[in-house]
Design a binder for this molecule. Structure first.
Ligand SMILES: *Cc1c(COP(=O)(O)O)cnc(C)c1O
Length: 436
């Protein structure tokens, strides 16, 4: 299948090129040339398939032409070594838990898939590939863990010294193997500038095969459709959908997760309504209300993975619906919440039901509470484990009520190993030139 750019100013490319390049040369985002629908019979029997089997069927619709079936199956099954279950929270609200992967956040799915995809496309290429990733915390851990132990690829994570939490830091500084952490004496922007400068440096690119693992990459973005199908299957298996309509609420920042859900719907998944739950970074909320899209700088909130002022996947949503405000605003309803509302919800849900939301999931939950009617079943995406935001969550539900999962505890025990780096490009370039 070919991939075109949302800016439509450059020729279509192959899947392999889209995955390796990440961004189109006209700076647009890649889109598959078509979205194939499932037969209705697929949905009638979907509850008989496991999550991995469902994901494989979805993957074939996008990648089946370009990746042989055996390899694709292995990539999908290896990616999903963990489950994405739906858990009942109230009578009509379910949590789609996306935090059972290695770094306890949904980005694990896309990062693990992309690592295996890159490896597949680069096999036979004897040159080592170097992935450069700048992180303010969570992306670095998902990418590092996604690529951990994958042959032929070395990941270099650049992060700002002293500006990420201990838990986050431990998730990419203690891994070893093919993961190197670079502790940069500067802020996140400095890290990002170093990475960008490296991609533009001619000498470096002559010597090394450099690539990014950016979240806009189709190999990170499309696999996020898998778990929407699984949510439907598991609800159906529990006879929760008999005579009811499915409403899905997505805590959104860059809108990758929500866009993948829209793709699932285009493939025939019976979702009646999507809810986009924002924190105070509400440019899409404004658009859905008014039809006017006005990106602006982000503001800090306690749901910080959604602190995005210019959501990168918005262009994909526009393209998917031919820029029709009417269509977009009927499929997606927008909601926004303040930090205070987020705190209150974490507390109320915990006290009423015993279920602990993280600050992002809490936004998704609130949107369902506002929107649901009696003929609806609601699912919100619980995008990260609450223990990743212990400081915030504990102040609301009390100390001792946020147990640290074994996986996070293991990271904390590991030995931190980093290379110190200044924010000066020459030092970074010399480091890269010294690699094999
Ligand atoms: C990245 C992230 C989000 C936002 O997802 P988008 O796909 O960028 O909209 C929400 N919650 C958590 C925990 C995240 O890490």
């Amino acid at each position: 299948m070919k991939y075109y750019s949302t800016n439509k100013n450059t020729p279509e490319v192959s899947l392999k090129e889209a995955v390796i390049k990440g961004l189109a040369s006209d700076k647009g985002l890649f889109m598959p040339e078509r979205i194939e629908k499932f037969e209705p019979s697929f949905f009638e029997n979907i509850q008989n398939l496991s999550f991995q089997e469902i994901a494989f069927e979805v993957a074939k619709k996008f990648f089946g032409e370009d990746v042989d079936e055996t390899s694709l199956k292995k990539i999908v099954f290896d990616t999903l070594e963990f489950d994405c279950p739906v858990v009942k929270v109230t009578e009509n609200i379910w949590s789609l838990e996306l935090f059972h992967g290695p770094t306890l956040a949904f980005k694990d799915v896309g990062a693990r898939f992309m690592a295996r995809f890159l490896n597949y496309f680069l096999t036979g290429n004897d040159k080592q590939v170097h992935v450069l990733v700048a992180t303010s915390g969570d992306t670095g851990s998902a990418v590092a863990n996604g690529f951990l132990g994958v042959d032929g690829i070395h990941v270099h994570v650049l992060y700002p010294k002293g500006k990420v939490s201990k838990i986050q830091e431990s998730q990419f500084t203690t891994l070893g193997q093919n993961i190197t952490a670079l502790e940069v004496d500067g802020n996140f922007d400095d890290c990002q500038l170093l990475v960008k400068a490296a991609f533009l440096d001619e000498e470096l690119n002559k010597k090394l095969l450099l690539t990014s693992a950016n979240s806009i990459n189709v190999a990170r973005f499309l696999p996020q459709a898998f778990y929407y199908f699984n949510a439907y299957a598991r609800l159906k298996e529990n006879s929760m959908l008999d005579g009811k309509e499915l409403v899905v609420s997505v805590p959104s920042g860059n809108f990758g997760n929500l866009t993948a859900g829209l793709f699932a719907r285009e493939m025939g998944l019976p979702v009646t309504q999507f809810l986009a739950a924002n924190n105070e970074n509400d440019v899409v909320y404004e658009y859905l209300k008014t039809g006017k899209y006005t990106p602006r700088p982000s503001v800090e909130t306690i749901a910080n993975a959604m602190d995005v002022g210019t959501p990168s996947n918005f262009d994909r949503i526009l393209d998917l619906y031919n820029h029709s405000y009417k269509n977009i605003s009927s499929v997606i309803k927008g909601f926004r919440y303040s930090d205070e509302q987020i705190r209150e919800t974490i507390k109320n849900v915990f006290e009423k039901t015993g279920y602990l939301c993280d600050p992002h999931g809490a936004c998704g939950y609130m949107a369902l509470e506002e929107f649901l009617e009696s003929n609806h079943v609601g699912v919100f995406l619980e995008t990260a484990h609450p223990a990743k935001f212990t400081e915030t969550v504990e102040t609301v539900v009390g100390k001792g009520n946020v147990p640290l999962p074994q996986k996070l505890a293991e990271f904390m025990k590991g030995k931190k190993k980093v290379i110190a780096m200044s924010s000066d490009f020459n030092q970074f370039a010399n480091y890269l030139m010294g690699l094999y």
